[in-house]
Design a protein around this ligand. Structure first.
Ligand SMILES: NC(=O)c1ccc[n+]([C@@H]2O[C@H](COP(=O)([O-])OP(=O)(O)OC[C@H]3O[C@@H](n4cnc5c(N)ncnc54)[C@H](O)[C@@H]3O)[C@@H](O)[C@H]2O)c1
Length: 339
């Protein structure tokens, strides 16, 4: 990796980076969308912006997440549900964790980084209680698993069931991308990528489905795919990642059909180019300052997505509002894939 840092041309900068942390640094705040004022607060990882500090205008625009009366169809609520999310401690998974809890669900966050999951579990519960001080705060717990290891997955599900009475919902978000020329991608990295992105989804889905079937729970699953599962991103080389996300998408469709008569729905949410919250290593964009603009020029909405822009879709797919939808993929990509 260190030798790769010395690569200077844009093309070479795309080689073999564990990339897709196309994230902002902490010095670069997430864009403010006028109508997303409240969601921006929800997106605060450290909870430093408190509920109730919004302007009147932003409160009016904030929609269903304000404590004020904001009528919406009741079946969008997740009250009474218990969701499990993998990879929920950071990035897109963290925004989705907040969406589930702010919609009323109890939540078990499963992550390979349990310390971060614990920290975020506390912050999310606090966010709910500060936003809705007169309501019962959902239970939010943190659990360890490397989703690519079936023994970890089984242990995490067993642990969750000692702290929650049931599991009604699953969101599988743990996953990663690496950019590497196909002819150079090493067998151990191939195994790791398929292990986390595909096997991890499979192990969690089947483990949770078994529980749902045993208890005859009407269940719901949302697999996090990617537009890369149906298009080929350019210019970054990531053939195996693309194939892994195609597998996730088709796994959702296949399991949806297999489990439809068990009252378990399975759908796939496929994000486009998203700006994740944590800046781990945005070297790919540092080395190639024109790349973000190049991607954005191909997105009809003209910008990469913020993690918060997945919140509504994951809540919708997880709720009874989508009860006649199964086996489908919803792309949240600013229109990128329709061009
Ligand atoms: N960021 C994007 O532009 C983008 C676009 C499309 C799809 N996606 C998909 O969304 C998902 C999340 O991406 P992100 O950008 O938020 O990533 P991220 O790296 O910011 O967060 C991933 C989370 O998953 C956890 N994790 C990683 N490997 C794990 C494992 N083996 N077991 C358990 N937990 C593990 C990490 O600790 C982290 O909390 C991935 O599946 C990714 O492929 C991301």
């Amino acid at each position: 990796m260190s030798s790769l840092r010395t690569l200077s041309t844009a093309r070479r900068a795309l080689r073999c980076w564990p990339p897709i942390n196309l994230a902002r640094t902490s010095r670069t705040p997430i864009r403010t969308f006028q109508n997303y004022a409240k969601l921006q607060q929800i997106s605060q990882v450290d909870g430093s912006i408190k509920a109730g500090t919004m302007s009147k205008n932003s409160r009016e625009n904030a929609g269903a997440t304000t404590p004020a009366f904001n009528p919406t169809l009741p079946f969008f609520s997740l009250t009474g549900k218990t969701a499990v999310i993998t990879g929920g401690a950071r990035g897109l998974g963290l925004a989705m964790s907040k969406a589930l809890v702010m919609s009323g669900a109890d939540l078990a966050i499963v992550d390979i980084n349990k310390d971060e999951a614990k920290k975020q579990a506390v912050a999310i519960a606090r966010l709910f209680s500060e936003t809705y001080p007169n309501q019962k705060t959902p239970k939010v717990t943190a659990h360890y698993a490397d989703v690519s290891a079936k023994s970890d997955v089984d242990a995490a599900i067993a642990e969750i069931l000692t702290q929650h009475s049931q599991i009604t919902n699953l969101v599988t978000c743990a996953g990663f991308c690496e950019n590497c020329d196909a002819i150079d991608f090493q067998p151990e990295r191939i195994k790791r990528m398929l292990g986390v992105n595909v096997e991890g989804t499979y192990y969690f889905a089947t483990g949770v489905a078994k529980h749902m079937m045993e208890r005859q729970i009407a269940g719901n699953m949302v697999f996090i795919g990617s537009i890369s599962g149906s298009i080929v991103n350019v210019p970054q080389p990531q053939a195996l990642y693309n194939a892994s996300k195609a597998a996730v998408r088709h796994l959702a469709a296949s399991l949806a059909v297999e489990w439809a008569n068990k009252d378990i729905r399975v759908n796939c949410l496929s994000p486009g180019y998203m700006l994740t919250e944590i800046a781990m290593d945005a070297q790919i964009l540092v080395d190639n300052p024109g790349l973000k603009a190049e991607w954005e020029s191909k997105i009809p909405q003209g910008k990469m997505g913020a993690p918060e822009e997945l919140m509504g879709t994951v809540a919708f797919l997880s709720s009874a509002a989508s009860r006649y939808i199964t086996g489908q993929e919803i792309k949240v990509d600013g229109g990128y894939t329709v061009c």
